[in-house]
Ligand binder design. Sequence first.
Ligand SMILES: [Zn+2]
Ligand SMILES: [Zn+2]
Length: 669
Amino acid sequence: TISNMKAVIANGPKDYKLIYDKPMPKIQDGQVLVKVVASGICSSDLKMYEGNEFYWGVDGRARRGIIPGHEFVGSVVDIDPSIARDQSISVGDIVVAEQFIPCRDQCWFCKNGMDYKCDKLIIYGEDVDGSMAEYMIYQKGSLVHKVPEDLSPTYAVLAEPVAFSVRAMDRAHLKTTDLIVISGCGTIGLGLVAAIETFYPDISMIVLDYFQFKLDLAKTISKKCTTFNLSDKTVSSIADIVRKMSGEQNGADVFFECAGTSESIKAGFEFLRKCGTFIHIGICKETYIDASWNIISAGKELTIIGCNLGRNAWPRAFEILKKCDLSSMITHRLPLEEYSNALDLISSRIKVVLDPTLPASKLLNESQSLLPIVNNNEKHLKIKDSVAFVTGSSRGIGRAIAIALAREGAKVIIHGTTHDSPSYLNEGTTMTTLAKHISTITNNTEITPVWGDLSTKEGVQSVLNHIKYPIDILICCAGGNIGSSGVNTASGGKPSHDTCLTISDSDTKSILNRNFWTTHLVCQSIVPQMIQNHRGHVIIIGSTSALLGREKGALYTVSKAAVHQYMRCLATQVQSSGREKGALYTVSKAAVHQYMRCLATQVQSSGIRVNCIAPGPTLTERYKRNIGTDQGVTGRPEHVANAVIQLLNMDFVHGQTIRVDGGEQTFTS
Ligand SMILES: [Zn+2]
Ligand SMILES: [Zn+2]
């Protein structure tokens, strides 16, 4: 039998770690031991991780050293026989437990039917170990439910949030004629849409969020709900529409606040009619919220109702899960090893589930085949419906790539440095017209133009602010042998004194910026998101000119050599979860090697020789200080010095890079 297990331990704010030697729990009186098959993550997990004082403040709920996780499904491994008998549960059954354990009969609240606010309330993942582990104990007194056999164990993890939504619905005492607004389409908000669709099919719902895919999902759960994207419309313009829809009563009957932001709370006060009902479910980051408080009394005489957890609602939650297909709410299923990635994902996705039975995976390559995303259309990267961002696609190669991607059915974001970039070489007029043109010739309506300078961080950010979807395909094409006067010159931007020894400083900087720096900034802004999403392909447009020495256009080929090496480093980094150190150093060295080849070409007939020596790891004092040990390095500074001497003595060797590394690398460059 196993004696240790994997578990995530919360030692404090932002201080979580995965350990492999947590002793396996054993059952005691009144307990059930389960193998965790799904552990849901919600935004309250993220708030706890980030250090919200509700959890870690003076009277905070969380205990240091606890295993987090309060939404879970487990398969029974061992059970106290009396519990097995009383609740007819046997080994192998799939069971859930409500996230809190009340004292049941000792405190005033339990005695008065409010056990969910029990004075001695114990909460999983805060007071007692939760579900981010291979096994967990359902404590004595837990409210355990068997998962109906026709629900898959992973899907059943939605019972916890959906039960919460059902209770919020109960608290509102809805009438079939009500007009309601749901603000925030996380799990609770979408669960509310499903609950109301199931139990009050005649009620009109208005649903708000910033993410279109969440609103689209609300639409699939309830076809008749009206959705508004808050990034397209202001709150007051939506409020106008809500008032018009409501007619004489001039506002919504009930507002469900599921976003937990001050904007959402203020919006609720604006949307509600006089004597309306405000149900507050969200947990705000801030402890204090500024809102116009008198609206509750003199203003509108509102009824304000708080709601937390899903007491007395689980059987109906299972009913909803059977009736509505909410499976696409589970956007990711990840192994325990990826708990921190899972926490990152929760703010932009819906339900992220940790499944401790999944094997740990390397990012990208392996994960695509083994895991992780439950949503079927996201399993493989297909060009069709993927979001492709092509930098430098106002003209030339980039434009041809954009057109080809559009033909394949991708959502293509085309980019130029300025709005009129397409006009510079008479290939078109503006980015907007180009988008329309591509749209027409490819019969693809999803072409979005963006423009801006990508050679500064702020520039990249302002371009990315116009892109609403996560990018799946990144084509780095912006670049070219274009000097500091830009592309609008007689030579199409080619610098006038274009060799290693004659090019101006400003042209050198411009070329390195356009080709290398831009590639670097764009990758830095987009690839981390791809890693999180387990989805993405980056293609960097390099140049064969970077592989051979050249006299003219030398600095351009140097910048392209840098880009090729940058691609290799990036490829190494995303291949595994580890970080490849020293990437930019190697990029600068790749540029230097190419610089040497160009210089060698330029001086070929002059009798001057130019070569490059590329040492492998060499044991210098600085190396020892950096690495802390010699790590078996056999290269010595003297080896390099000797190679320099030998090279100086060698006739007829020119434009070469010679490795001095004891044979560590034996392939050609
Ligand atoms: Zn939760
Ligand atoms: Zn109690």
